[in-house]
Each structure stands twice: as structure tokens, then as C-alpha cells.
Ligand binder design. Structure first.
Ligand code: M6R
Length: 603
């Protein structure tokens, strides 16, 4: 949610540097953007509605050499996306960009209004800016001024700030929204994440809550709120700049779908027999809670199915934004598994902190190395899927499913529930998964033809049972988030309890049936929808008798049969490609769907 970059230095043009960095942050929000630049001693603000390219176009021809700049790409929370609400905001001698939400901004605004302060925008950020300025009138020590303001702000924030009387210095601080400080010989940076600075440096410092950075062209100092200097570790980014490029693909989503064969294969070989897993003794826990948001929660549903059906361990799956305010019993005997690609999702982080407060053991399944959830969880298992830029997750999700599969296999070993035969079957799947996924991707005609049949429809339903229901939830989310086509996923047996009333002539129903025991039940449910006019796309596996498919399906898709430890990944890969093609046919902005942002760092 919102991307921040600031740069100060002599060797690079600050304006061009922050615009280049900002483009790598665009996945965090893209409804407006802006930049504040020190141009010949004046702080000038430029803003544009919409994508960063609009800002770039509006700046074309302005070649004033600049030494310091802060920039922002926005995902609107308070106030509609327009130039007035876009960051940076300037109040008195303070110019700043912000990621997060200042929850007590109304109260602070009223206090400022009484003191004669006026506002131009509808944002909480302008209030924060004005409030810092208000404190700065009497507290001239900048670190102390910021510490005081932050002690009053409620909510979450990452700020990059320029004071008028020190125009070549950037001050930065954060709480519950990420911020790093980048270090290079050409100057120094503040940024939401390393992707923004990788074209210039891979060295950075992680700023923590309660820390304040003073960034100049040749020096960086980190202080606590009492202005004590803190020693901080300088880290080296593990991801490279090329991983943030499309590398010839039309979209990041397609690139990331294509990376899955490699990513999943590596996870299975890295984690299947990983000795570190032995530190997770499943017999110690009375309950397992899986907590996550969006697709990560759908991965959790697959995990729940596998834990319950194969390791005989009961699991609950909760949406993090609900779990964090629930009264359910979390005890010292609970294992709370938090799943998050970004490792920064605000609700998932809050759920993790709640679980820790209650004394539970917390396990993070995280992609972004060094992210907050990765750092704060008692145990962190990295998916190592590489940076995921497309807002719609693909390899992020399947890699979470892969990790959960290996965890369940480990739990089965501990319970003595894993037979040699099953282990051999699983190993066989793990050896073949890369080529299975590559084949699915290669067989373009299948998903392109299916996409052509449905892309003009307004509503669509997914149905499945057991693990297929969990997969349908994700397939449905993928389709709606990138194609804006209304879609819902139902447990196949549940449709007739109300929703079947929406099925009419030609309504597409995508049915997934991969489980031997539930196959016939799902077929009956498909027939119920066919009897009411549904256009049926049937997704199944090669072990079932295809001679009957025509009786109940308009299109049938036969995918390789694997154990259920891989099956969700196999079907999901196909559904991702289907969603991608539908979105393409509907001319949607696939990597940056409207209203969304990649990293949801607000509640
Ligand atoms: O970074 P996280 O895994 O915590 O993100 C969770 C969700 O916001 C994310 O999966 C979201 O649902 C995706 N846009 C789905 O494609």
C-alpha cells in the first residue's frame, strides 16, 4: 500500500533516481503519484493522477539538476485519487510522503483547525504533515520533534521527510509500515522496500519502530527518540535487479506463472527432508490455527485439508482481519501458522502479534526475505519464490501450498502415518512437478480456447469438493481480481442451498473434480447445474474415464493425476492461465488491476 522512495546525493540526478525507483514500487499502489525535489534550493512539488507514467510525462523537459527528492505512489485510503490528495504534502516547513493510516487524524485535525491551520486535501497524511510542522515551531530538534509527533500519532506510518531549513537531508521513521535506508557511494536512500533501490545499490539498513534516520548524501545516522545514535547492521539484498524485470514476458503475471515449475521443484527438494523441520514437533500442539489474507488464506485452506486428511491433525483457517479481533482460544499449546507472501500484510502481522502475546508458537510462511512477519515469527519458513510483482499472486500462492505440503508430510512422519508407498508416490510427483507444470503452460490452446468461451460473460461459478473446493476459491479470486468478471466459488454440494437460483442459460460453471472418493458426487452437482442451462467447464485428472465427460461438460480439461500434495498446485496453475487469458481478452490491466495494491499494509 503506497510506495515511498527518497534519495539524496551529488552524483545522480535526484529527480530521475526517485522516478526510476518509484517505478519498481508501483505494484504497491498506482492511483496517483508525486515527487518533491530540491531544485536550486527550492522544494518544488509535482503530482499526477493515475500511474507513474503520467507523472513522468508531466516532468518531461524539466531537466533541472536536483540533489534531493522524495517520491510516492499512492493507494488511496483517505480521499479520492486526485492531484490534491496525492503525496507529497507540504505544510509550513515540512514536506513529506507517507505510507499507512493515521487513525486519530480527525482529532488532530480539529486541534490544528482551532489553531488556525488550514488544509487543502482530504488526507490523514496532510494532517500528519501539519502536525509535525506545528510541533516543529516549538521543538527545533528534528529528531525530538519527530519522536514527539510519532508518540501522538495512532495507526501505521512510514514517513520520508524534508525540512525546509535542511533541504538536502531526508529524515525517515516508521511504525507497522516498512521502510529501509539504502546506502551507496552515489548517495543514500529511504524506501518502502529494496526493489526501489536495487538499480543503485544492494546495501540497506532495516529501520525499526521507534528509530529515526537522518540521511545525507554521504552519511546515514539512525537515532532512537532521545537522539542516541544506534548501531545498525548493514544488510545485503538477496534479490537482484533483474528479478524485478519482465525479461521478455508481456506481463509480470505471465513471467511469474512461468517461474512456478522451477520454484516449486526447488521447494520440494529443499524442504522434503529438511532437518530443520524437526524443530517443529507437532505432538506438542493441541491446535493449529492457520491465519492469512486473500490467496494466502486459500493456500491455508489447502493446508487444512492436507493436515486433517493425511496427518489427522485438526486445523482451523481464519481470515487475519477477523482473527486479530476474535476471542477464540489461543494458548501456549497452539501453533499459529501465518502465511504471507509479502510478510508485511497489516492484518496478518497483527494476528501474529496477538498469537505471540498469548504465548502461542508462531510459524511464518513468508516469501519476502527479512520482512516483518519473517522477523517476528518464532519460526520462519521461506518460500524463496523470488520477487512477485504482479498484484495477482501466482508463484507466491503455489509456493505457500508447496511448503504446507512438506509440513504435512513431516507431521505424518512424526505421527507414523506416512507409508513407504505414499512417500514414494509423493517423491515421484515431486520429481515430475516441474515438467507437469511446464506442460500445462505449454498447452496454450486448452486454456485460450476455454477463455474465449467465457470472457464475455458477466457471472461465473466455480464448484469443487474437498481440496478442489479450496482450489476453486483461489481460481475464483484470480479470475475476478484481474478480469473484473464476477465469480464465486462454492463447495459443490452447497450450490443448491440457494446460489443455484443464479444459474441460467449459458452461465459458466467451472467444476473441479480430482478426488477419487468425491468424483461422482461432484459429477452429480455438475449435472444439477447443466439441467438449469449452465455452460460447464470440467477440470479433472487423467485417471477418470473420459468417455462420459460429454454427458455433463461443454469443455473438459484433463490434467495429470498426482497425489493431493501436488494436485492443488497443478490445477491452480491451469486456473491462473485461464484467468490470465480471460483478462487479456477483456483488455484489462493484468499486472495492476484497478483498486488493488500488492502489499496491503493497512487494516
Ligand atoms: O502478501 P500476502 O500474502 O500477505 O498478501 C495476502 C493477500 O493480500 C494476497 O494474497 C491477495 O489476495 C492477492 N492479490 C491475491 O492475488
Amino acid at each position: 500500500m503506497c510506495g515511498i522512495i527518497g534519495y539524496t546525493g551529488k552524483k545522480l540526478n535526484a529527480k530521475n533516481t526517485v522516478i526510476a525507483g518509484l517505478k519498481n514500487l508501483e505494484y504497491r499502489g498506482y492511483d496517483s503519484s508525486g515527487i518533491a525535489v530540491n531544485e536550486d534550493g527550492n522544494i518544488n512539488l509535482y503530482k499526477a493522477h493515475g500511474k507513474i507514467s503520467n507523472l513522468e510525462n508531466s516532468l518531461n523537459g524539466r531537466d533541472v539538476l536536483s540533489s534531493t527528492a522524495i517520491a510516492h505512489t499512492r493507494w488511496a485510503t483517505h480521499g479520492e485519487p486526485n492531484e490534491t490528495n496525492a503525496h507529497p504534502h507540504k505544510c509550513g516547513s515540512i514536506t513529506l510522503v507517507h505510507n499507512g493510516i493515521i487513525e486519530n487524524y480527525v482529532e488532530l485535525k480539529n486541534e490544528l483547525l482551532k489553531n488556525g491551520v488550514t488544509f487543502k486535501s482530504e488526507t490523514d497524511t496532510e494532517v500528519a504533515c501539519a502536525y509535525i510542522n506545528y510541533i516543529y515551531i516549538t521543538e527545533k530538534n528534528k529528531i525530538k520533534c519527530l519522536a514527539k509527533a510519532c508518540s501522538i500519532f495512532r495507526g501505521s506510518y512510514a514517513f520520508a521527510i524534508i525540512f525546509d531549513d535542511e533541504k538536502d537531508t531526508i529524515y525517515a521513521t516508521r511504525k507497522d509500515s516498512p521502510l529501509i535506508v539504502g546506502l551507496s557511494d552515489e548517495g543514500n536512500f529511504a524506501a518502502s522496500d529494496v526493489s526501489a533501490i536495487l538499480d543503485f545499490t544492494n546495501k540497506y539498513i532495516l529501520l525499526e519502530h521507534g528509530e529515526f534516520a537522518k540521511i545525507t548524501k554521504d552519511d546515514v545516522k539512525i537515532f532512537d527518540g532521545s537522539e542516541n545514535i544506534l548501531e545498525k547492521e548493514v544488510k545485503t539484498a538477496t534479490w537482484s535487479a533483474t528479478e524485478y524485470k519482465k525479461n521478455g514476458y508481456d506481463h509480470f503475471m505471465l513471467k511469474e506463472i512461468n517461474e512456478q515449475p522451477d520454484v516449486i521443484e526447488k521447494i520440494f527438494s529443499r524442504y522434503l527432508e529438511n532437518p530443520n523441520y524437526n524443530e517443529i514437533d507437532f505432538s506438542k500442539f493441541d491446535a493449529i490455527h492457520i491465519v492469512a489474507c486473500g490467496s494466502a488464506m486459500h493456500a491455508g485452506m489447502v493446508g487444512k485439508y492436507l493436515f486433517q486428511n493425511y496427518a489427522n491433525i485438526p486445523v482451523t483457517v481464519d481470515i487475519a482481519s477477523e482473527y486479530r479481533y476474535s476471542t477464540q482460544s489461543i494458548t501456549t499449546s497452539t501453533l499459529v501458522i501465518i502465511i504471507s507472501q509479502s510478510g508485511e500484510t497489516a492484518d496478518s502481522l497483527a494476528a501474529l502479534r496477538l498469537a505471540k502475546d498469548k504465548g502461542a508458537t508462531t510459524l511464518g510462511i513468508v516469501n519476502a526475505v527479512g520482512s516483518t512477519i519473517a522477523r517476528e515469527a518464532d519460526i520462519c519458513i521461506y518460500t524463496y519464490a523470488g520477487p512477485e510483482i504482479a498484484v495477482a499472486t501466482t508463484k507466491g500462492y503455489t509456493s505457500q501450498v508447496a511448503i504446507l505440503s512438506t509440513l504435512v508430510i513431516n507431521a505424518m512422519k512424526q505421527n507414523s502415518m506416512l507409508s513407504n508407498d505414499l512417500l514414494n508416490e509423493i517423491k515421484n510427483d515431486f520429481n515430475n512437478i516441474s515438467s507437469i507444470l511446464k506442460d500445462i503452460i505449454k498447452n496454450k490452446d486448452i486454456y485460450v480456447n476455454a477463455a474465449k468461451k467465457i470472457y464475455e460473460k458477466n457471472d461465473l461459478f466455480f464448484i469443487g469438493r474437498g481440496i478442489d473446493y479450496a482450489v476453486c476459491m483461489e481460481g475464483s479470486l484470480k479470475l475476478k481480481e484481474i478480469s473484473y468478471m464476477h465469480s464465486e466459488a462454492y463447495a459443490a454440494g452447497e450450490l443448491k442451498h440457494g446460489t443455484i437460483s443464479l444459474i441460467e442459460n449459458g452461465t459458466p460453471v467451472i467444476a473441479v473434480a480430482t478426488n477419487d472418493d468425491l468424483y461422482e458426487k461432484t459429477i452429480s452437482n455438475i449435472k444439477e447445474t447443466k439441467a438449469r442451462g449452465a455452460y460447464s467447464i470440467f477440470i479433472t485428472t487423467s485417471n477418470f474415464d473420459s468417455s462420459s465427460f460429454e454427458d455433463f461438460s461443454d469443455i473438459s480439461v484433463i490434467l495429470p493425476k498426482t497425489t493431493e500434495f501436488c494436485q492443488a498446485i497443478v490445477v491452480s496453475c491451469f486456473l491462473q492461465l485461464l484467468a490470465y487469458e480471460v483478462a487479456k481478452l477483456r483488455n484489462c490491466d493484468i499486472d495492476k488491476p484497478k483498486n488493488l495494491a500488492k502489499s496491503v499494509t493497512v487494516e
